[in-house]
Design a protein around this ligand. Structure first.
Ligand code: FES
Length: 81
């Protein structure tokens, strides 16, 4: 099971963490990945200037609602296959 932690701290919230979470949820459901990827909300990950911060495999990535799907495909899914 791969785990994604999406920051919902104030800076990330303002930059659209809710939308990032919704995009992740939709992509995961649409592609039958609910048994492979779990998403969690996290408090400030210390990278506020790069919001929205997403933690995956002990690294912090900067993800926007517009890049959420690309992030899943290029960074996360390559760890499943
Ligand atoms: S509020 Fe998201 S990294 Fe600080």
């Amino acid at each position: 099971m791969l785990e994604l932690s999406i920051c919902v701290g104030s800076a990330c919230h303002l930059k659209g963490s809710y939308d990032v979470i919704e995009k992740f949820k939709k992509y995961i459901n649409d592609n039958n990945l609910t048994n492979s990827i779990i998403i969690k909300a996290a408090f400030c990950l210390g990278h506020c200037t790069e919001a929205v911060s997403v933690k995956f495999n002990n690294k912090i990535y900067s993800v926007e609602p517009e890049t959420a799907e690309i992030f899943l495909e290029e960074i996360v899914l390559t760890n499943i296959i």
